[in-house]
Design a protein around this ligand. Structure first.
Ligand code: NAP
Length: 253
């Protein structure tokens, strides 16, 4: 495989599990040095243990962060820049949570928690990375935010989650318009149903129904989402900004 990200530093939030972990592995295979950031320092360190480092100077790091907390995001980025001597030119926001409940029964806390991590967290990371790239007068950057197809079409029991993911798309499109003049691209990836710890709790009967709605008749893998992130991170997508790429097996066509 061509080392399309050789010499690049990539930050991946939610890198300790699921899609984020698969993104870390793929970007490292493409030659990037990867900063794995997660709520759990142990989970981030476990991901670092999986990453290849075949190129001279390719170094990975594990960082603890709460993406919903501005001070935590800023401290994490400052530490990364101090260690690496440069800001990350690739940033993937994959940290996310669900707190599912029907609208009629959802409490305010479940709504606030999901907005705090999924939407505000993506805003805080996007803003901090963009500020660091602009201050460093970096030649280019690629910011990738993981949304969800349910942000477009809604989902029963997920009014908080789908609102947060619709917000991620709007944030990404506005950011793309503002940052293009600095050479920074910003795109969203919208997964459908992907096999990760987040979907592991779905009861088998419900899962059968969900899969029946997918034209490709199966769930996606984290690696299939990671491949699309690698494309958006690389110069292969150099004239693409402000888009949302759906990785859904054709769901909700
Ligand atoms: P996952 O396996 O649960 O991974 C999410 C990671 O984010 C976990 O390591 C989690 O840590 C971490 N995290 C949670 N809150 C955080 C915070 N405040 N700060 C930093 N890290 C935090 O889920 P996934 O399925 O890979 O999801 C990754 C992204 O894809 C999410 O944004 C999700 O919404 C999106 N997505 C997933 C699917 C799917 O079908 N799986 C579909 C569409 C979109 P803890 O485990 O400690 O909470």
């Amino acid at each position: 495989m061509a080392m399309k990200l050789a010499g690049r530093l990539a930050l991946v939030t939610g890198g300790g599990s699921g899609i984020g972990r698969a993104v870390c592995v793929r970007l490292a295979r493409d030659g990037a040095s990867v900063a794995v950031a997660d709520l759990s320092a142990d989970a981030a360190a476990a991901t670092v243990g999986l990453l290849p480092a075949e190129l001279p100077g390719q170094r990975h790091a594990a960082l603890a962060v709460d993406v919903g907390d501005k001070a935590s995001v800023q401290a994490m980025l400052a530490r990364l820049q101090e260690q690496a001597g440069e800001p990350p030119s690739v940033s993937v926001s994959a940290a996310g949570i669900i707190r599912d409940q029907m609208l009629l029964r959802m409490d305010e806390e479940a709504f606030d928690q999901v907005i705090r991590v999924n939407l505000k967290g993506t805003f805080l990371v996007t803003q901090a990375v963009a500020q660091s790239l602009v201050s460093a007068r970096a030649a280019s950057g690629s910011i990738i935010n993981i949304g969800s197809i349910v942000g477009k079409v809604g989902n029963m029991g997920q009014c908080n989650y789908s609102a947060s993911k619709a917000g991620v798309e709007g944030l990404t499109k506005s950011t793309a318009k503002e940052l293009a003049r600095f050479g920074i691209r910003c795109n969203a990836v919208l997964p459908g149903f992907i096999e990760t710890p987040m979907t592991a709790g779905i009861p088998p009967k419900v899962m059968e129904k969900l899969i029946a709605a997918v034209p490709m008749r199966r769930m996606g893998t984290p690696e299939e989402v990671a491949d699309v992130c690698a494309f958006l991170a690389s110069d292969d997508s150099r004239y693409i900004t402000g888009v949302s790429l759906e990785v859904t097996g054709g769901l909700f066509l």
